[in-house]
Write a protein that binds this ligand. Structure first.
Ligand SMILES: Nc1nc2c(ncn2[C@@H]2O[C@H](COP(=O)(O)OP(=O)(O)OP(=O)(O)O)[C@@H](O)[C@H]2O)c(=O)[nH]1
Length: 203
């Protein structure tokens, strides 16, 4: 069964746990007691195929700089980078994380990251306290070639679910493509067989 690993990153209090819990349970739970990192697991069906999804939530460890994100980047197939639209500093942290992911992914040779970073502005219900303009976030997303969403874990279930499903779909397509690159294609396998198989017989 295909394993898809997604890290949900961002600074403290932006709503990482709220988004994950909203996706997993459809509910918004105001406060979360957890103070240590955790991995949530869920079985999904994508295009009729079963998928084991793992979601990494760093909890209060939040963004602890380059070395922590480096480890998370090695682990994850995809990244949901969250900021709070009413907190400018959380946007700057999200920006730093997105840049770091791109830089480190290129460094590890895992180049195909374009569809696997989502920038998510959470707490859209607090738009009267907005500190990050939507256009600014869209610009960052375009510059870093990632997908952009603005939503509210508190108010939107469908939008939140869509973001997670889209990420799983993209990661799944990426892992299938990787698998195909590893294995020779059907026609290539036939060709290899024809050439080398026949030669072996005639020796
Ligand atoms: N108004 C509003 N509050 C939200 C939303 N999402 C989360 N919150 C609140 O923001 C606070 C932090 O949410 P968490 O989900 O714990 O944030 P986190 O990023 O996981 O925080 P850490 O685990 O400390 O890193 C809580 O009080 C949530 O109720 C939202 O969409 N709107």
């Amino acid at each position: 069964m295909n394993e898809i690993k997604v890290a949900v990153l961002g600074s403290e209090g932006v709503g990482k746990s709220a988004l994950i819990v909203r996706f997993l349970t459809r509910r918004f739970i105001g406060e979360y007691a957890s103070s240590s990192e955790c991995i949530y697991r869920k079985r999904l069906s994508v295009d009729g195929k079963p998928i084991n999804l793992q979601l990494y939530d760093p909890c209060s460890q939040a963004y602890e700089g380059r070395s922590t994100v480096n480890e998370q980047i090695q682990w994850a197939h995809g990244f949901i980078v969250v900021y709070d639209i009413s907190d400018r500093s959380s946007f700057l942290t999200a920006k730093a994380i997105v840049h770091l992911i791109r830089e480190l992914r290129l460094g590890t040779g895992k180049r195909n990251v374009d569809s696997l970073i989502f920038l998510v502005g959470n707490k859209q219900d607090l738009c009267h306290m907005r500190e990050v303009r939507r256009e600014e976030a869209q610009c960052l997303a375009a510059e870093c070639r990632c997908q952009f969403y603005e939503l509210s874990a508190a108010e939107h279930h469908q939008e939140v679910a869509l973001v997670f499903f889209k990420m799983v779909q993209n990661a799944n397509v990426g892992s299938k493509a990787k698998e195909r690159r590893r294995r020779p294609s059907g026609s290539m396998a036939k060709l290899i067989n024809n050439v080398f198989g026949k030669r072996r017989k005639s020796v």
